[in-house]
Design a protein around this ligand. Structure first.
Ligand code: ADP
Ligand code: MG
Length: 359
């Protein structure tokens, strides 16, 4: 169990001892707890850990720590093998989107806080795991990340990062942040392009498009594998392939590519999304929307009914890949809720990349 004592309202260790440990004891599971001391600590820990000694890698924190762990695993030369170790998220942070999504996929009622933690611990005790898709994101400056939750720019990304200062409020930080960002509503300029899921011939479920297949011979020489190739993408310097869609409007309030159902404990953004549906659910809100309409979208998202509003500024498309080229570098981007400097980014889905404990 990789536990971040600073996550959320700072009660993760206490919650672990009070809620999680007794349930694990009842299930005859003896956890080993590793308390992180600083950012990157968990990422470094999993980079050279003997994973064969663990049945499951549990993250008790927010989505940010799982993002670190995942990218730490991807930095290993044996990443493909390492990703076979099931991952589990126990909500200890202020942003617990994956935990809320897994609770939803399991068919449980919507819950938060300790009830969500109890549900997720029960799922861990049962110990079933399933494949999860990941999205590979590359930036113009040459960075590459693997992401399990979402990529954002504009309104939602600003709320996420601006509200970090209120993390002691737990999930309520997002409500306060949303209201603040609504007051000074900004417009973000850039070009958005995507590869629709419907028209793309090779599905990411197809093993041929799913991973870079090492050429015969190299496989025999070494057990280490190249990172999976982004076969749907062309370099950021080149125009997107002709069968991609380029959004004609270039002024947005927000762009969010999500690959789980929940954006936060109380935000059911993509009710159709599943752990391995092979899809990126691309949302964008065009500029020109009123504050009231935007607020209505966020309120409706609590129940996942925002698309029923038929707001002409809100678009949602299932895609396999996308590219975002912001004009200028002002503002912030987020990957799995973690901040990223604003620059051109593109990403594509990789089906069934890792395993996650699920109900
Ligand atoms: P939250 O949902 O509360 O933001 P996260 O899991 O996203 O929780 O964690 C937030 C950040 O805390 C991550 O970027 C992680 O690197 C960092 N972190 C991990 N351990 C510590 C620590 N001991 N002290 C401070 N920050 C830490
Ligand atoms: Mg976080």
């Amino acid at each position: 169990v990789l536990l971040n004592p600073q996550s959320g309202a700072g009660r993760a260790l206490e919650d672990f001892q009070v809620v999680v440990q007794p349930m694990l004891a009842d299930a005859d599971i003896t956890p080993t707890v590793f308390v992180t001391e600083r950012p990157q600590h968990a990422q470094e820990k999993v980079q050279d850990e003997d994973l064969s000694q663990w049945d499951v890698l549990v993250v008790m924190s927010g989505d940010g720590l799982l993002h670190e762990v995942l990218n730490g695993l991807m930095e290993r030369s044996d990443w493909e093998q390492a990703l076979q170790t099931p991952l589990c998220i126990l909500p200890g942070g202020s942003g617990n989107a994956l935990a809320a999504s897994i609770n939803y996929y399991a068919g449980n009622d919507h819950v938060a806080k300790k009830k969500l933690l109890t549900n997720c611990t029960f799922i861990l005790c049962k110990g079933l795991h399933a494949p999860m898709d990941l999205v590979s994101l590359s930036t113009a400056s040459g960075k590459r990340f693997f992401s399990f939750l979402g990529f954002g720019w504009g309104f939602i990304a600003d709320v996420d990062i601006d509200s970090e200062k209120y993390r002691r409020l737990g999930n309520a930080r997002f409500t306060l942040g949303t209201l603040q960002c609504l007051v000074r509503l900004r417009i973000y300029q850039g070009r958005l392009s995507y590869l629709p899921a419907a028209t793309e011939p090779g599905s990411p479920r197809d093993p041929k498009t799913r991973r870079a297949t090492p050429t015969a011979g190299t496989e025999a020489l070494s057990e280490d594998r190249e990172l999976p190739a982004d076969t749907l993408l062309v370099p950021l310097g080149q125009p997107v392939p002709p069968h991609w869609v380029v959004v004609p409007e270039e002024e947005f309030v927000c762009v969010y590519a999500i690959y789980q159902s929940h954006l936060g404990t109380n935000l059911l953004m993509a009710p159709e999304a599943r752990l391995h549906d092979g899809c990126i659910h691309l949302f964008y809100v065009r500029a020109g929307i009123s504050r009231v309409a935007l607020l209505k979208i966020f309120l409706a998202m609590g129940r996942g009914t925002h698309l029923d509003l038929n707001c002409p500024h809100l678009h949602c498309i299932p895609v396999r890949a996308f590219r975002l080229e912001p004009r200028g570098s002002a503002g912030i981007m987020t990957v799995d809720g973690e901040a990223l400097a604003c620059e051109p980014v593109q990403g594509q889905i990789h089906g069934h990349m890792c395993r996650v404990v699920t109900g």
